[in-house]
Design a protein around this ligand. Structure first.
Ligand SMILES: [Zn+2]
Ligand SMILES: [Zn+2]
Length: 252
């Protein structure tokens, strides 16, 4: 059923031994603003996508292997309540449930799945996770130099190491980061670059065009940015609240 709801836009999901543990709508913090996303928790993966027609059609499917997930509870802050971080090697983001109980249920079920998986495989939890990106609108000036005002020409860039929103000149260096860039160095802010240079990470002076003089290129550079692509488009805006459903009990 889940596979069909994603239609041709999704991956095959039916795998022997895979079980649907729960499903529901969570608000996901995207690069620009929080947006509703449909989540399916299986015993080994977390799948989410945009809602085209509630309970019928989803697209922009993302699949996260639970083995590399770490959860981190977030304190309530203004309009952002009942949230937690979903951290993985390749991307990390915040999600928000409608009520404290639902947050608790989601976190408990996901945690249980991760524990069961790691116990079965004998693997260790992944220690390195991608940075959570600061949302664009939380920075009107560069978080590194505190000078550059962001405009249409002075585009925002995200440091892949710390997630800060920084200007082009303050992010003209690159580093190899595990899980990101497919083996290529990715954009980092000068602070993270300097910190990594002191310890012995593998700094690569951007010989491949990041600190060149071509503003065109610098301005478009962030379009490849991890999570920012893909699931930014709005599905329909579904305001009424469906409670999440969980199909497994937490044997504790
Ligand atoms: Zn700057
Ligand atoms: Zn940084």
């Amino acid at each position: 059923m889940v596979e069909n709801c994603f239609g041709g836009s999704g991956q095959p999901l039916a795998v022997p031994g895979r079980v649907l543990v729960g499903e529901g709508v969570l608000t996901k913090m995207c690069r620009k603003k929080p947006k509703p996303r449909q989540f399916f928790l299986f015993n080994d993966i977390l799948v989410y996508g945009n809602i085209v027609i509630n309970k019928k059609k989803y697209n922009k499917q993302h699949i996260i292997p639970l083995e590399e997930v770490k959860l981190e509870s977030l304190a309530d802050e203004g309009q952002y309540r009942n949230g937690w971080l979903i951290k993985t090697v390749t991307k990390s983001f915040a999600v928000y449930a409608a009520t404290p109980t639902e947050k608790q249920e989601w976190m408990a079920h996901i945690t249980k799945c991760i524990e069961d998986l790691l116990r079965k495989s004998g693997k260790k939890p992944v220690e390195v996770h991608a940075a959570v990106w600061v949302p664009d609108n939380e920075a009107t000036i560069c978080m590194h130099c505190n000078k550059t005002q962001f405009t249409v020409l002075n585009r925002r860039h995200h440091c892949r190491q710390c997630g800060a929103v920084v200007c082009g000149p303050c992010s003209n260096k690159k580093l190899l980061l595990p899980g990101q860039g497919n083996g290529k160095a990715v954009r980092v802010c000068l602070q993270c670059y300097d910190a990594a240079s002191k310890i012995k990470a593998i700094p690569t002076t951007a010989g491949d065009g990041l600190n060149n003089k071509d503003p065109q290129r610098n301005n478009s550079a962030d379009s490849s940015g991890g999570d920012s692509s893909g699931d930014e488009d709005d599905g329909n805006k579904e305001e009424n609240h469906d409670e999440p459903k969980f199909y497994s009990t937490l044997g504790r």
